[in-house]
Design a protein around this ligand. Structure first.
Ligand code: ATP
Ligand code: MG
Length: 418
């Protein structure tokens, strides 16, 4: 039996890797342009980082984490998301002493044991932004701006829908929770098994249920909007004002909640048409209480994650490989040795140059030059070496000219520069 990749884990082959490079390049440019700095935390963390951070009774921690004991019996988890690890690092290195507001981004693989389907993998990739240390509503709006800015480079803005909600804070949330629990109790028989369980452990999560019957019932459930305290309401108002100033359209969705416990106040999702059931491309929110859960100082924070695989589904067309400037077709050992010198010189000077690894016939080498899409081909065989010249062929116009071997690499550099 031939070996295959693990289910839900996917090979990224050149054509897709090119698109990912493009996505990462755009994201980096947007993030750095807004003054963010990159951090890279380990893919493996102690399980506690996520259990404590994300919340024990969330889908992620209950059923989706890749957790195992290492050879020393230490319980470890492949990161299912980025925020918990980054906050762990900020506290561990006391980065809040370096600057009162930290603006970080990161990108890389995440792991969740879910049912693989379109737009849902077990190893997937995110672009993440975390603003740590600010409780300003402008921070929330900037984080949303960054999500919108990157996603809209790859999707048409008419297809995007930004939904936003406030989850309240420890002041106002308990009042809502109490009424919600009461409502759920009275409607228990109409809820799915998962929601029946959630209504005890993590009642807010019922709003995230994908079951239609549950959604019907929940249309009548009390929503946070009616319980929100003046401070949370004022915060929300300022976030919305800032979004308007940024020119980002949004709708308020009182039923929007997120799958992680640490969210507070602002929560948002950016959806895109054409993605089917997995329509959320980016999501995030504020997590002011998380740092205290990690025994860190009082550190407000807000962040977001963009799903790279979903962004890829939105990208139309193919990205061509970068074109090759020159192919050197050299025949015979003398010419081939000389060619290595030119190759080195030209490559060091930034030209894309390719070369046949084997001393093949001229016909075979020309074929290779065609296949890699070279703009020019330099031909040198024994006869050319004797006469101290080489032939430069423009592969598009088929025009050829004879070049002197003296100063050849400099001449080539000049002629093939686009
Ligand atoms: P969903 O409701 O789709 O499961 P989520 O609430 O679990 O999303 P988050 O934890 O907020 O997702 O992750 C942010 C983004 O990461 C999602 O909006 C999505 O684009 C992407 N994402 C999450 N899980 C997966 C996955 N299993 N495969 C691919 N992308 C994912
Ligand atoms: Mg999920």
């Amino acid at each position: 039996m031939t070996l295959k990749a693990v289910k839900g884990f996917k090979d990224i082959l050149p054509e897709e890797a090119r698109k990912r490079q493009k996505i990462e390049e755009v994201a980096r440019q947007v993030f750095e342009g807004c003054g963010l700095q990159e951090v890279r935390t380990p893919i493996l963390e102690k399980t506690e980082v996520f259990a404590r951070g994300i919340g024990e009774h969330t889908d992620i921690v209950e059923k989706e984490m890749y957790t195992f004991k290492d050879r020393n019996g230490q319980l470890l988890t492949l990161r299912p998301e980025a925020t918990a690890g980054i906050l762990r690092a900020v506290i561990e290195h006391k980065l809040y002493n370096v600057s009162p507001v930290l603006k970080f981004y990161t990108m890389g693989p995440m792991f969740r044991h879910e049912r693989p389907q379109k737009g849902r993998l077990r190893q997937f990739h995110q672009l993440n932004v975390e603003y740590i240390g600010s409780d300003s509503p402008v921070a929330d709006a900037e984080v949303i701006f960054l999500a919108y800015e990157v996603v809209s480079r790859f999707a048409s803005e008419e297809d995007l829908l930004l939904e936003i909600n406030s989850l309240g804070c420890p002041q106002c949330r308990p009042l809502h929770r109490k009424d919600l629990v009461y409502f759920l109790k009275n409607n228990m028989e109409d809820l799915c098994k998962d929601c029946q369980r959630r209504s005890q452990l993590n009642p807010l999560r019922v709003f995230d249920c994908k079951n239609e019957q549950c959604q019907k019932v929940l249309k009548f459930a009390p929503v946070m909007k009616h319980y929100i305290c003046p401070e949370c309401a004022s915060h929300m108002g300022k976030v919305l004002d800032a979004l308007e100033a940024f020119g980002i359209p949004f709708v308020q969705n009182p039923y929007l909640v997120r799958g992680l416990d640490y969210y507070r106040r602002t929560t948002f999702e950016l959806r895109a048409k054409g993605l089917g059931a997995q329509s959320t491309v980016a999501a995030g929110g504020r997590y002011d209480g998380l740092s205290r859960l990690f025994d860190g100082p009082e550190l407000p924070g807000v962040g977001m994650a963009i799903g790279v695989e979903r962004l890829l589904l939105l990208m139309k067309g193919e990205l061509e490989a970068e074109e090759v400037d020159l192919f050197i077709a050299a025949l015979g050992s003398e010419a081939r040795t000389e060619a290595l010198y030119w190759l080195g010189y030209l490559r060091r000077n930034g030209l894309r140059v390719e070369y046949s690894l084997e001393d093949k016939s001229l016909k075979a080498q020309m074929k290779q030059a065609d296949r890699v899409g070279a703009r020019y081909c330099l031909i040198v065989g024994e006869r050319e070496m004797d006469e101290e010249e080489a032939i430069l062929r423009n592969m598009e116009t088929k025009e050829q000219e004879i070049l002197d071997l003296d100063d050849l690499p400099e001449i080539l550099l000049e002629k093939t520069k686009s």
